[in-house]
Design a protein around this ligand. Structure first.
Ligand code: HEC
Length: 290
C-alpha cells in the first residue's frame, strides 16, 4: 500500500473517531442546555405568576374591599388574577401551560389530574420541599413541568376557605358551599405547575449540533487536504525523484544530475548522502576505468 493511501486511511479513521466523539459530547451538552433553557423559562413564568399574585393582593384587593360586601368579585382574588393572566399567556404561546391544581378546589376547573395529584401528594408529604421538576409526555409532546407547593400560610386565607358559614355569602352564591373549604394553616392544598414543551429548544439544539458537526467536518477536510499537500511536496515527490535517480545510477547512468538538496530535514540529509554516494561511485568507476 502506498504511503499516501496508508496516511489517508489512518487520518480519515482518526478524524471519523474524533467526529463521533465530538458528536457524542456535543449532543449531550446541547441536550443539557436545552433542558436548562426550558427550566429557566418555566422558573421565569412562575415568577411572573407570583408577581401578578402579589400585585393583586397588595394593590387590587384593598380597592375592591367595600364592593365585595355587596357583590363577590373574583377579580380581587389573587389566585383568580394569576390564572386569568396565565391563561392569556398560554393562549398566545401554546408551548406553555400554567395550572394551579388543588386537591379540594373552589373552582372545579382546578381539580388535579392523576399526575398533578401525585405532585401535590409528594409536595404535601415533605414540608421542606420547595420545588419539583417532572418530565413527562402528553399527546406525543415531551414536557418539562416545574412545580411549587401552594401552602396556606396565613389566617387571611381562611376568611374564604375555612367553612361556608365564614365565607362571604356572595362567594357561596357563585361557587356553592361544597368545594374549597376546610383548609387549615400549614396545609399544602395544591401546587402551581408550569409546563413547557421541550420540542422548540430540542429542535434548536439539534440545529446547532448539525452546524457544529458540519463546521468540524469542514475543518477536518481542509486539514486532510493541507496534510496531503505537505506529504506530497515534502516527502512523496522528493523520495520518488531520489528513487528514480538511484535507479538510473544503479543501471550505470552516471550522467544523471545531482539531487538539489537542502541540508535541512531528513529528506535533505538523505539527498546529501545520496549525492555523496553517487560522487564516490563515479570516482570509483573512474579509478576502475583507469
Ligand atoms: C376573598 C376570598 C378569598 C380569600 C381571602 C382567599 N381566596 Fe383563594 N380563592 C377564592 C376564590 C373565589 C377562588 C376561586 C377563583 C377562581 O374562580 O378561579 C379561589 C381560588 C384559590 C386557589 C385556586 C384553586 C381553587 O381553589 O380553585 C388557590 C390555590 C387559593 N385560592 C388559595 C388561597 C390562599 C393560599 C389564600 C390565602 C393567602 C386565599 N386563597 C385567600 C377566594 C379567596
Amino acid at each position: 500500500m502506498s504511503l499516501r493511501m496508508t496516511f489517508n486511511i489512518v487520518m480519515t479513521a482518526a478524524m471519523a473517531i474524533g467526529l463521533a466523539m465530538a458528536w457524542f459530547m456535543t449532543a449531550r451538552i446541547s441536550a443539557q442546555e436545552a433542558k436548562s433553557a426550558v427550566l429557566a423559562e418555566a422558573v421565569a413564568i412562575m415568577e411572573a405568576a407570583d408577581a401578578v399574585r402579589h400585585y393583586t393582593s397588595l394593590q387590587v384587593q384593598p380597592l375592591l374591599d367595600t364592593q365585595m360586601h355587596a357583590q363577590f368579585l373574583p377579580q380581587s382574588v389573587p389566585f383568580f388574577a394569576v390564572q386569568q393572566t396565565m391563561d392569556k399567556l398560554t393562549e398566545r404561546s401554546p408551548g406553555y401551560l400554567f395550572r394551579m391544581p388543588t386537591t379540594n378546589p373552589t373552582n372545579p376547573a382546578d381539580r388535579p389530574t392523576d399526575w398533578e395529584a401525585k405532585i401535590i401528594e409528594q409536595l404535601a408529604s415533605d414540608a421542606k420541599l420547595k420545588e419539583m421538576i417532572v418530565e413527562r409526555s402528553e399527546d406525543g409532546r415531551d414536557l418539562l413541568s416545574y412545580a411549587q407547593p401552594i401552602r396556606v400560610e396565613s389566617e387571611t386565607c381562611l376568611a374564604c376557605h375555612s367553612t361556608p358559614q365564614t365565607a362571604p355569602a356572595s362567594l357561596i352564591d357563585i361557587y356553592g358551599p361544597a368545594n374549597g373549604f376546610g383548609w387549615k394553616v400549614g396545609d399544602t392544598i395544591g401546587a402551581k405547575i408550569v409546563s413547557v414543551s421541550q420540542e422548540v429548544p430540542r429542535a434548536r439544539a439539534r440545529k446547532s449540533l448539525v452546524e457544529i458537526m458540519m463546521g468540524l467536518s469542514g475543518v477536518f477536510a481542509v486539514m486532510l487536504l493541507v496534510l496531503n499537500g505537505l506529504l506530497h511536496f515534502s516527502i512523496i515527490r522528493p523520495v520518488r525523484r531520489l528513487s528514480q535517480l538511484a535507479d538510473e545510477v544503479s543501471l550505470g547512468n552516471m550522467a544523471v544530475p545531482e539531487f538539489p538538496a537542502s541540508p535541512n530535514g531528513e529528506i535533505g540529509s538523505l539527498a546529501l548522502s545520496f549525492n555523496r554516494m553517487r560522487r564516490s561511485l563515479v570516482t570509483a568507476m573512474e579509478m576502475l576505468g583507469d
